[in-house]
Design a binder for this molecule. Sequence first.
Ligand SMILES: *[C@@H]1O[C@H](CO)[C@@H](O)[C@H](O)[C@H]1NC(C)=O
Ligand SMILES: *[C@@H]1O[C@H](CO)[C@@H](O)[C@H](O)[C@H]1NC(C)=O
Ligand SMILES: *[C@@H]1O[C@H](CO)[C@@H](O)[C@H](O)[C@H]1NC(C)=O
Ligand SMILES: *[C@@H]1O[C@H](CO)[C@@H](O)[C@H](O)[C@H]1NC(C)=O
Ligand SMILES: *[C@@H]1O[C@H](CO)[C@@H](O)[C@H](O)[C@H]1NC(C)=O
Ligand SMILES: *[C@@H]1O[C@H](CO)[C@@H](O)[C@H](O)[C@H]1NC(C)=O
Ligand SMILES: *[C@@H]1O[C@H](CO)[C@@H](O)[C@H](O)[C@H]1NC(C)=O
Ligand SMILES: *[C@@H]1O[C@H](CO)[C@@H](O)[C@H](O)[C@H]1NC(C)=O
Length: 590
Amino acid sequence: MSKLLLFVACVLLVNIVTADIYLHNPRGNNNRNCERGENRQNENRLFDSENNAKGGYACPRTRGVAFTPQMYYYQGSQLQVEWSQQHACGGNVNCQIVLQYMCEDTAPYIRDGIPTDITDGTGTNTPTAADINNPDVGFNESPSNLARCKARQRNGGLYTADQTINGQSAVFTRQNPNGQTSGLECQEERDYYPYWHPSPWKDIAIFTTNVTMCPYYQAESQNVMSKGECVKANGDPLSFNQRQTCLSGNGIWNVTEPYNIAPPDCLPITNVASRDNHLGSVLGGQLAGYNWTIPNDIRNTCVLRIRYNISSSDFNNWEIDSSKNGANAPVKDRPYMDFGLSQPLGMAINTDQLGRTFQDRTYTFGIKQRPSNIRFYDKIYNLNVRGKRGNIVQTFPAVEYDFVPNFLMVQGGDYVHLQWTGSDYNPNRNPNDGEGGPFEGSDRHNFVQTDSLTANIPRLVQNANMFKLENGDVNATLFQRLALLDQNVRECLNITALRAKNNNNEDAAGRDRLNCGKLNNVGVYFDAGLIRQVVSGKFSYMSTRNNNFSNRSQKGLLVVQNGWYNSAYSNKNTQLALVVAVLVAVIMVL
Ligand SMILES: *[C@@H]1O[C@H](CO)[C@@H](O)[C@H](O)[C@H]1NC(C)=O
Ligand SMILES: *[C@@H]1O[C@H](CO)[C@@H](O)[C@H](O)[C@H]1NC(C)=O
Ligand SMILES: *[C@@H]1O[C@H](CO)[C@@H](O)[C@H](O)[C@H]1NC(C)=O
Ligand SMILES: *[C@@H]1O[C@H](CO)[C@@H](O)[C@H](O)[C@H]1NC(C)=O
Ligand SMILES: *[C@@H]1O[C@H](CO)[C@@H](O)[C@H](O)[C@H]1NC(C)=O
Ligand SMILES: *[C@@H]1O[C@H](CO)[C@@H](O)[C@H](O)[C@H]1NC(C)=O
Ligand SMILES: *[C@@H]1O[C@H](CO)[C@@H](O)[C@H](O)[C@H]1NC(C)=O
Ligand SMILES: *[C@@H]1O[C@H](CO)[C@@H](O)[C@H](O)[C@H]1NC(C)=O
């Protein structure tokens, strides 16, 4: 075979990665940044996802500005985390889904990285300690995380099947026998949960096919359990991975205290059970999801991580250990097996992947303290946007623009935190695959009330009756802001002028920065802040830019129960009716 062919074969092999788990809210990067390609550029930028290169959201940045605000959530607010996963979890595979987060307190260098231009590859390389001073480069875990993993002996009791493990440190595992590193993640920690050494991740929730494991997960979580590792007096890592050998090797067994937070939620996988070969909805017709109550961990920079671990029942994955390694492996790599037929049959099984973990992580977000006027028992619901620019085929895994949650029910007095982000760094999509500009890869959203979910034209703003103020008035400023964002409308041109400016090229006029009707004159991030819900009713809404009847729909429904006003009447009408009723009564009495 020529070298070229060999190279092509290797590339093909590397790319035979099936689609697997993708976070949609908050947005998962799948190792993308601002590279603007169809496929993410570096699959090992921050972590090992094992996902398809087409997945992931482009960096949440506006082109041409130095700084784009990041998403943030108020402590105690409810965030609907949403993802899609590929296999028949709980049906045809054993499954475990682990949700975690970490912030700068346990991961001091955490950041997305801001490559300075679209071709700047630096931002997509696996970082080294020297890159801390290069703002282009992203970090999740700290350099010491990988250094300690590389120094530490891998757990020799683990089942590695018939794989040849090419090294002795904890970056070498059954799933990663060649010791490929991905960002500053520790491979052994990635592949196993709960992990037995310290990790910077705090646990949120676990979904499992076997809920009898829940007490074990909850007891072994670093939220509640201390974890040790072997170091020298100066803190440099040593190779010993057990307390006894560490001490006899003159090391210090350094114990990291538990995070002292509640143990993770542990839930049956049936809550998010999916079907095979499908990256869409689960039972109930929505994406797989979890309502995360944002912890009281006020931080500037956090990342959410989801891992998805699938295994087969051809042997007991939890009990199997190193005694079944090598020749004793119950299943061999790419086996041809004799079932008593006249000829053995070949099984498409790789033992490094029979039992496999997939992963996605979000871009950074902040956790903010609740404003002091919001009482601790007032509920806050996050209302955001998912999906990226493109048609159904281009938005792999087929997630076009949508609000999330697109159905939200709250009680009078609750707050909705309406906020979204997007990117100017999607691959170029021509006008028929996404509306507006200012770039061919730009996402923008807005929010207007409609008469019903089946309507596609906004209601006149003077008839708006959602989001009323506590005195029952419509806040016209708010509707102006939700519809036109923070565009400087004085700069805008009307469509006649835009067409003239762009030689009657409708597409170019649609992308012109001064086309405020397409929301081109503003950045990707928008925050409406907290909006108190005082009016009862069912309120439908949409985005005028992205809702394109028969081709794309971006709509949602907000239901408010037990509000202070009824949506059918404005407060003023009610007051008027009262005055009239009192007058009538007085007249009748007279
Ligand atoms: C995945 O499942 C295996 C058992 O099949 C278990 O040993 C491992 O800890 C799990 N890893 C993760 C990340 O959940
Ligand atoms: C479920 O977990 C329990 C407790 O760890 C274990 O005894 C049992 O074998 C597991 N069942 C399956 C089907 O893995
Ligand atoms: C032991 O671990 C703690 C974190 O839990 C760390 O702050 C400390 O520096 C470590 N000590 C040594 C000697 O490495
Ligand atoms: C989250 O909570 C809302 C109620 O606020 C509920 O309608 C929704 O189904 C929940 N989502 C998930 C994934 O549990
Ligand atoms: C709506 O989408 C279609 C196809 O995706 C596109 O051809 C059309 O231009 C879009 N509509 C408008 C009003 O731009
Ligand atoms: C009306 O909405 C605007 C824009 O969100 C906001 O700044 C203002 O405080 C609101 N007015 C009242 C009275 O709440
Ligand atoms: C559009 O803008 C131009 C120049 O600003 C102005 O002359 C024209 O009257 C406007 N047309 C409409 C229909 O408002
Ligand atoms: C929807 O897409 C079709 C086919 O691309 C196009 O003919 C039609 O005009 C689009 N609808 C709108 C509202 O643009």
